[in-house]
Design a binder for this molecule. Structure first.
Ligand SMILES: NC(=O)C1=CN([C@@H]2O[C@H](COP(=O)(O)OP(=O)(O)OC[C@H]3O[C@@H](n4cnc5c(N)ncnc54)[C@H](O)[C@@H]3O)[C@@H](O)[C@H]2O)[C@@H](O)CC1
Ligand SMILES: Nc1ncnc2c1ncn2[C@@H]1O[C@H](COP(=O)(O)OP(=O)(O)O)[C@@H](O)[C@H]1O
Ligand SMILES: [K+]
Length: 496
C-alpha cells in the first residue's frame, strides 16, 4: 500500500520526532538520488552542472544542503535564491563553504536552467500556498535539457489535493520525504511529479486519508473460489445495461463482468440476443443476484432499470445513463437504500451529479475534492474516472489508482470497468475494495493491451483481464511509475 498524508499530519509527525536529524536524512536520500541521476546521464558527478533553485523555507534548505553534497563530489553547483534575505542560513553556509556560486539574479538562474545537467526544485514544499510567486513563475515556462528533480513535491502543486492553481515546475522525478503526499498520487499534480521516490526519515504518521493499493493488496482482495464453491456462492452479478440505441455498452459490460470473479452473469437488457451469441455463458433468466450494475447504454430503459436496482437489497453500481438519471433525481433517490451504492462517474457525469456546482473541467482539476463532495452528498462510494481514478467514501477517506494509461480513454472502456466492478461486488467485496481493485485491474489491462503504445479498443481491455488477473494474483510486484505515454522521459526507471 502506498500511503499519502496531509501537510498537517506530516507536521504533527515531525513534531513528535523533535530533535532528530530529519533534514539530514532527507538530504542524504535526495543527494544520493541526484548523484545516481548524474551518473546515469553523464557517467559521473564530477564536472556535472547542477542548478539549485532555493526558496525561503526548509524545502530550499534541503536543496541547498543536497547541492553542497554534490559540490563536494565535484559537481559545479550554482544556487539561485528566490528570496535571498530569507534563505535557510545553515544550508546556505554549507553550500558557500564549498565555493559554489550563489546568486539572486534570476537572469543567471534562467540561463543556467536551460544549461544545467540537473536542476533541484527547492522553491517550495509542503509550506506552499497559492500559485507560485512571481519570482518563481518564469522557471515553470523555461526550456531545459537537464533532469529536474522536485524536492518533496513539485513547486506550484498543492500538497494535499494535487490541484495546480497556476504555473508549476514539471519534474522528471520527485524525491519525497517521510510519506507520500496526496498530490504525488493524484493528477494534475501527479503529472508534474513524474516517478516518485520515497526517502524514509523515520516519520510515524497516523492512518492515511489517501492510499493507493499495490499488487500485494490487490492480490489479497481478489476473490477466489473455495473448494466447496458453486456458481451461486461465488456470486451472481445482474446487468441492467444496453438498449436498442446502445447495444454495445451492454455487451462490453458483460465482457467485463465475465472476468470479474463472480460465478455467473445475469444479463437483463435489450442486447440479450447478441449478448448470448457472443457470450454463451451468460444467464438471461430472472433470478437472484448478489449485485446489480445499472446504466451502461441503458438508454430508453434507464428510469425503470434504476427504479428496480435502487429498490433491491443488493449492492448497486450506477454508471453512465444511470448517473444522468440519478442526477435528475438528486441524492434523495438513494436515501432509502439499505445496501451499498457505488457511483462511477467520469468528470462530466460528476458535474451533472453536482447539479451545476462545478463544471467537468473543475471536477477534473480538483478530483479528490469533488469525489469526496459527491460521496458525502449522495451517501455513496464514488469512483471518479479519468487520468487519475479516485475512489472516495462519504467519510472522506480515499483510494487512488496507480495503474492505467491514457490509452484507456476509448469508447466503451468505462462499460468494461462497470461490469468488472459489478462482478467484484457480487463476489462479496465491499464497494471501497471492489472499486479500486476493479480500477487497478482495468488499468493494468489497458497497459497490457496497449503494450509499448498503440490504440486499443474496449474489447481489447476486456480480453486482457484474465492475464492481468493472473499477474496481480501473484502479488508482490508493485506497479511503480507513470503509465505508458506519460513523460517519464529521460529518466525512465529512476523512480525505482
Ligand atoms: N516536515 C518534515 O517532516 C520535514 C520537512 N522537510 C522539508 O521542509 C519542507 C517544508 O519546509 P517549510 O515549512 O519551511 O516550508 P517550505 O519550504 O515548503 O515553504 C515555505 C516558504 O515558501 C514560501 N512560499 C509559500 N508558498 C509559496 C509559493 N506558492 N511560491 C513561492 N514561495 C512560496 C513562503 O514564503 C515560505 O517561507 C518540506 O517540503 C521538506 O522539503 C525535510 O527537511 C525533512 C522533514
Ligand atoms: N487520460 C486518461 N488516463 C488514464 N485513464 C483514462 C484517461 N481518460 C479516461 N481514462 C479511463 O478510461 C475509462 C473511460 O471510461 P468512460 O469515460 O466511462 O468511457 P465510456 O463511457 O466510453 O465507457 C475510465 O476507466 C477512465 O478512468
Ligand atoms: K519543491
Amino acid at each position: 500500500m502506498r500511503h499519502a498524508h496531509t501537510v498537517e499530519q506530516v507536521r504533527a509527525a515531525e513534531a513528535e520526532l523533535a530533535g532528530q536529524p530529519l533534514m539530514d536524512r532527507a538530504v542524504a536520500g535526495l543527494a544520493a538520488t541526484c548523484a545516481r541521476v548524474l551518473i546515469r546521464r553523464r557517467g559521473r558527478v564530477y564536472g556535472s552542472r547542477v542548478l539549485v533553485l532555493a526558496g525561503s523555507g526548509d524545502n530550499g534548505g534541503d536543496a541547498l544542503f543536497a547541492g553542497a553534497r554534490l559540490a563536494r563530489r565535484g559537481a559545479a553547483v550554482t544556487a539561485v535564491l528566490l528570496t535571498p534575505e530569507r534563505a535557510h542560513p545553515a544550508a546556505l553556509a554549507a553550500l558557500r563553504a564549498t565555493g559554489s556560486q550563489v546568486t539572486s539574479d534570476q537572469e543567471v538562474g534562467l540561463a543556467d536552467f536551460s544549461r544545467a545537467d540537473l536542476i533541484l526544485d527547492g522553491i517550495v514544499g509542503i509550506g506552499g500556498s497559492g500559485p507560485l510567486r512571481p519570482a518563481a513563475e518564469p522557471y515553470a515556462h523555461q526550456p531545459r535539457r537537464g533532469v529536474l528533480v522536485a524536492v518533496d513535491l513539485p513547486s506550484g502543486v498543492d500538497a494535499d489535493t494535487g490541484e495546480v492553481a497556476g504555473a508549476a515546475l514539471r519534474a522528471d522525478l520527485t524525491v519525497t520525504f517521510g510519506t507520500h503526499k496526496p498530490s504525488l498520487l493524484i493528477d494534475p499534480g501527479a503529472g508534474y511529479a513524474g516517478p516518485v521516490q520515497l526517502v524514509e526519515i523515520g516519520l510515524r504518521p497516523p492512518t492515511a486519508p489517501v492510499e493507493a493499493l499495490q499488487h500485494d493488496e490487490v492480490a489479497a482482495l481478489l476473490p477466489r473460489p473455495a473448494a466447496e464453491s458453486d456458481k451461486y456462492k461465488r456470486g451472481v452479478v445482474g446487468l441492467l445495461a444496453g438498449s436498442e440505441r446502445y447495444p454495445g455498452a451492454g455487451l462490453l459490460a458483460v465482457a467485463g463482468a465475465l472476468h470479474g470473479g463472480a460465478g455467473a452473469v445475469r444479463y437483463q437488457g435489450r442486447a440479450a440476443e447478441e449478448a448470448v451469441r457472443r457470450h454463451p455463458e451468460i444467464l438471461l433468466t430472472a433470478g437472484r443476484v448478489q449485485s446489480l450494475v445499472v446504466g451502461p447504454g441503458s438508454g430508453e430503459d434507464t428510469a425503470e432499470s434504476l427504479d428496480d436496482a435502487l429498490a433491491s437489497q443488493v449492492p448497486v453500481l450506477v454508471d453512465a445513463d444511470g448517473l444522468t438519471e440519478l442526477a435528475r433525481r438528486g441524492p434523495r433517490a438513494l436515501a432509502g437504500r439499505s445496501a451499498p451504492t457505488l457511483l462511477t462517474p467520469h468528470a462530466g457525469e460528476a458535474a451533472r451529479l453536482l447539479g451545476g456546482d462545478a463544471s467537468a473541467e473543475q471536477v477534473a482539476a480538483a478530483r479528490l475534492r469533488h469525489a469526496r463532495e459527491l460521496a458525502a452528498r449522495y451517501g455513496a462510494t464514488v469512483l471518479l474516472k479519468g487520468s487519475t481514478t479516485v475512489v472516495a467514501r462519504p467519510d472522506g477517506t480515499a483510494r487512488v489508482n496507480s495503474t492505467g494509461t491514457a490509452w484507456l480513454a476509448t469508447a466503451g472502456s468505462g462499460d468494461v470497468l462497470a461490469g468488472l466492478i459489478g462482478a467484484l461486488l457480487a463476489a462479496g467485496l465491499p464497494p471501497f475494495d471492489a472499486a479500486p481493485v476493479g480500477a487497478y485491474l482495468h488499468g493494468l489491462a489497458g497497459r497490457l493491451a496497449a503494450g509499448s503504445g498503440a490504440p486499443i479498443t474496449a474489447s481489447d481491455i476486456a480480453a486482457a483481464l484474465p492475464a492481468v488477473w493472473r499477474d496481480a494474483a501473484q502479488g508482490d510486484r508493485p506497479q511503480e511509475g507513470r503509465p505508458q505515454g506519460r513523460r517519464a522521459g529521460n529518466v525512465a526507471g529512476l523512480g525505482d
